[in-house]
Design a protein around this ligand. Structure first.
Ligand SMILES: [Zn+2]
Length: 154
């Protein structure tokens, strides 16, 4: 084995270790503060309806940038979204003086960043196209949606 092959082997082994570490992570519910292993955790992507525009573009659904983390331990949905100014690090002008609101903002931004970097490691992924419902309703709707997509491909 030459040096380049040795380095490639090391890179692959580090990559595997990284994936393993990411898989072992837990997500914390900002409501009940309990942690859940990512492999048992549910993440929901929220889609918004985009009406038709111009003469060629039909209506469609687009991911609106908001994730929800569903905590099975307390049944709470935590919203996770981030504003453009927060992405640019310009949070100072918008920080609320209300401590509860400030905690909510910090939690939703850090949860959003966490979900973005760990999305594929969550055990369950649901897509929501019409704003909400109970977790059972969301699972049922997601199942139907994925079935409909499969049927369209045939
Ligand atoms: Zn919880």
């Amino acid at each position: 084995m030459n040096n380049v092959e040795r380095i490639d082997k090391e890179i692959n082994s580090l990559r595997e270790r990284k994936v393993q570490l990411l898989k072992n992570r837990t997500v914390k519910c900002s409501y009940c503060e309990k942690r859940t292993a990512l492999t048992n955790a549910t993440v929901i992507r929220r889609f918004s309806y985009v009406p038709p525009s111009g003469c060629t573009d039909g209506a469609y659904w687009a991911f609106n940038g908001e994730y929800n983390y569903y905590c099975a331990k307390c049944g709470h949905f935590s919203r996770a979204y981030i504003f453009d100014w927060e992405k640019e690090g310009k949070t100072n002008n918008h920080v609320s003086s209300n401590p509860e609101k400030r905690k909510y903002d910090i939690d939703r931004v850090s949860l959003h960043v966490f979900i973005e970097t760990h999305y594929s490691y969550f055990g369950e992924h649901l897509d929501d196209y019409d704003k909400g419902g109970t977790i059972d309703e969301l699972r049922e709707k997601d199942k139907k949606q994925k079935q409909a997509e499969k049927d369209r491909r045939w």
